[in-house]
Structures are given as structure tokens and as C-alpha cells.
Design a protein around this ligand. Structure first.
Ligand SMILES: NC(=O)c1ccc[n+]([C@@H]2O[C@H](COP(=O)([O-])OP(=O)(O)OC[C@H]3O[C@@H](n4cnc5c(N)ncnc54)[C@H](O)[C@@H]3O)[C@@H](O)[C@H]2O)c1
Length: 373
């Protein structure tokens, strides 16, 4: 029998991304997969685009009625509920690091006998994630930073951000807000060799910043230890590091105050968003900002130039089409191994992790099965 796969709709507000795209669905169909797609007006791809490549369309939110042997693929968490989950689900579940409500999410799998393959923990042989949204997080973060810079230059605060139809629309809009090009703007990206960092560097190039005005820092450049004067000497600072342990702060309020009116820096984009992490290397703010109110101003003494921070933790949503295409094509080699998931390493490792987390949840929820004497 051919491998079946069911793409469910997303229920989170503003979420227009999709785990499968018409491109990757076609690649799977070409090798014999049967793909069912729930109709979804919120998704950036039209239902008809999936139909055109041979997917079977079905009603929105109908996955609970899917045959139990059909894996369900989606991106974000399922809406909260106590309903048992008998299917195999491939998605981000955000329940393996003891996030709020983690054990009740896993308890649903225990009660239903289903399996969770968490997309965040599908890794290659070296332990690196097979698919992540980083590049477009950095790209969209850089764009938001440029828009905030343009607004501040006009004495305004950046208004609500809306997802763009595609990358060209985003690039054109940012250029227009900057008066045609970003020439003359100076930016520093820390974590520039990573996924997010490469995305930030890419948008700065596409907006027309001079190559010499895009400072690209990674481990070697921060090894001397912060805080760094170089951050105060650019217009936009984008933080894209993967924080794994304590590091000296990159930027501090004392340093900003001491620089007085000579500071050039006007926007900080914290793509890494380690906002509430005690080791946050940018301890000048403590909230996550949102698409409806993308910037917050750092509280400074009167008379100092404004400094705003963007700390949105779901930036790729601003570019749903390209972000989905990239994520889904990175996931494709693993999906092609789905029929062999009992033996293919990427899936057996993910299942092992699921079982370990499930056992922890069973204990936390007191769900032990009572066996008859
Ligand atoms: N805001 C969002 O919407 C969003 C979306 C995706 C990812 N993220 C976050 O962005 C961060 C980066 O993700 P990624 O996929 O790009 O990671 P990555 O591992 O691909 O890249 C991280 C880079 O940071 C560098 N780095 C680490 N510590 C550093 C230091 N002290 N100084 C200089 N460079 C340092 C690494 O060498 C690497 O090049 C993660 O925390 C991730 O959770 C945020």
C-alpha cells in the first residue's frame, strides 16, 4: 500500500505557513505518496495549488476522522483539548522542554496510543536539525529593523507589520520606506554564520547596503568579550546567536547612557529572543514585541536619541511562502524516508525521544496503567 500523509490546517492566529507546500507535495506524490490536504483559507498556498499537483482535498479540521494509520502533518501546536490522540503526528509541539502544559499535551498521546514526531527534534547524524525556519527569521528581522529605522528617522514609531505575499513584495516595500535603497545604512549582525544571521545579511544586501556597511560577526569577533562599542556605531544591530551558556553582555544600558548623544545605534533586532533567559546578552529590554506593536523604546535619560528594540519570536510568519518552501524542502529527504520509519535513523531517534518524554509525562500526570493481580 502506498504511504499516505494528511496535511492538517493551522489554527494559530496569523499563521499562514505550511509544513507541506505544493512543490514538496508533488515530489512526494511522484514517488507514490497519497496526500490529503485540509482546505484552509489561512494558508498562504491556495487549496487549488495542492489540488493541481494531485493532492486530495478534504474538510478543514477533519484530521480526527482520518484512518488511524495515516500520519498527520502540521506545523504548530494543536488547539488545547483533553481528547486522546490515536494518530501519528508530525509537528512542533513545544512540550519536550517542560514548557507550560507539557505533560497534558503528552498525556493525550498516552491516552490515545498515538506517536509524536516533533519537528524541532528531527536531526541529522551530527545532531543538527534537518529543518528550521532560521533563515527567514533573520531575513524578516532585518526587514523589520530597516522599517523601524526608516520610521524613527521620520520621528515616527513603526506601525503594525503584516505578512508579505512574497520576498519581492517585502524587499520593494522596505526600499520604498527608505526612499529607494538602503545605501548609507550601517548594520551589524552577530551570529552571521548561522541560519538566522545569513538571512539578515541577505536582506541587507538586497536592500542595497554597501558590503562594507554590513558587519558580520560570529564567535571569533565576540571572543574578546562584551559590551561592544562597535554596536553603538551602527544604525541597526541584529542579534542572531544561538545562546547556550552565560556570555558577557553585548550591550548594556550603562554603556548606552555613557555614549550620550554621540550614539549612532537606533534599532536593535533581537532575532534570538532570549528575552527572559537570565543570560540574555542584550539586557536592555524584557518583553517580546508583536506584529501589532513591533517596537518598544528603551527607557533612557531625557535628551538621548531614541533606541528601539524588536523582539518578535515568530518572525518567519512575515514571509509565509518562502519560509514554508525552504522549511518543507529541507524536511523532504526525511519525509521520503517515512515509509521506512521503523528503521530510518531520523525517525527512530525521534520516536525514542518521544517515548522518553512520554514516560516523564506519564509520571508527572500520575497516569500509570493499573495491571490486574
Ligand atoms: N525570532 C524568531 O522568529 C526566530 C525564528 C527562528 C530561530 N530563532 C532563534 O534564533 C537563534 C539562532 O538560530 P539559528 O537557527 O540561526 O542558529 P544557528 O545555530 O544556525 O546559528 C547560530 C550562530 O550563532 C553563533 N554564535 C553562538 N554564540 C555566539 C557568540 N557568543 N558570539 C557570536 N556568535 C555566536 C554560532 O557560531 C552560529 O553561527 C536561536 O536562538 C533560535 O531559537 C528565532
Amino acid at each position: 500500500m502506498s504511504q499516505q500523509l494528511w496535511l492538517r490546517c493551522e489554527k494559530k492566529e496569523f499563521e499562514r505557513r505550511s509544513a507541506l507546500t505544493p512543490t514538496t507535495a508533488k515530489r512526494l506524490i511522484d514517488v507514490g505518496f497519497e496526500i490529503t490536504v485540509e482546505r484552509d483559507e489561512q494558508r498562504i498556498f491556495k487549496d487549488s495549488e495542492f489540488e493541481a499537483v494531485g493532492c486530495k482535498l478534504t474538510a478543514n479540521s477533519s484530521w480526527p476522522t482520518a484512518p488511524v494509520h495515516v500520519p498527520i502533518i502540521g506545523l504548530k501546536e494543536l488547539p488545547a483539548s483533553d481528547e486522546p490522540l490515536p494518530h501519528t503526528h508530525i509537528q512542533f509541539a513545544h512540550c519536550y522542554k517542560k514548557q507550560g502544559g507539557w505533560s497534558s499535551v503528552l498525556a493525550r498521546f498516552h491516552k490515545g496510543g498515538g506517536t509524536l514526531y516533533d519537528l524541532e527534534f528531527l536531526t541529522d547524524a551530527t545532531g543538527r536539525r534537518v529543518a528550521a525556519f532560521g533563515f527567514h527569521a533573520g531575513f524578516a528581522g532585518g526587514a523589520a529593523g530597516l522599517l523601524a529605522f526608516a520610521a524613527q528617522r521620520n520621528g515616527e514609531k513603526l506601525a503594525r507589520l503584516e505578512p508579505y505575499e512574497n520576498e519581492t513584495a517585502m524587499v520593494n516595500h522596505v526600499k520604498e520606506c527608505l526612499g529607494g535603497s538602503g545605501k548609507g545604512v550601517r548594520a551589524l549582525v552577530i551570529g552571521a554564520l548561522g541560519r538566522c544571521g545569513r538571512g539578515a545579511v541577505d536582506i541587507f544586501r538586497k536592500i542595497g547596503l554597501d558590503e562594507d556597511d554590513i558587519l558580520k560577526w560570529d564567535m571569533a569577533e565576540t571572543a574578546k568579550g562584551g559590551p561592544f562599542q562597535e554596536i553603538l556605531d551602527v544604525d541597526i544591530f541584529v542579534n542572531c546567536i544561538y545562546l547556550s551558556s552565560f556570555i558577557p553582555a553585548f550591550l548594556t544600558k550603562e554603556q548606552i547612557s555613557a555614549s550620550g548623544t554621540s550614539r549612532r545605534l537606533s534599532v536593535v533586532v533581537d532575532v534570538s529572543c532570549d528575552t527572559t533567559n537570565p543570560f540574555n546578552p542584550i539586557p536592555v529590554y524584557d518583553i517580546n514585541t508583536t506584529f501589532s506593536d513591533p517596537t518598544m523604546f528603551v527607557e533612557l535619560e531625557q535628551g538621548l536619541p531614541a533606541l528601539s528594540v524588536i523582539s518578535i519570536d515568530h518572525l518567519p510568519t512575515l514571509l509565509p511562502r518562502e519560509a514554508s518552501e525552504q522549511f518543507s524542502s529541507d524536511l523532504l529527504p526525511s519525509l521520503l524516508e517515512l515509509p521506512q520509519r521503523q528503521s530510518a535513523r531520523v525517525w527512530t531517534d525521534a520516536e525514542k525521544l518521544f517515548k522518553a518524554k512520554l514516560a516523564e509525562a506519564v509520571e508527572a500526570e500520575g497516569l500509570f496503567t493499573v495491571t490486574a493481580a
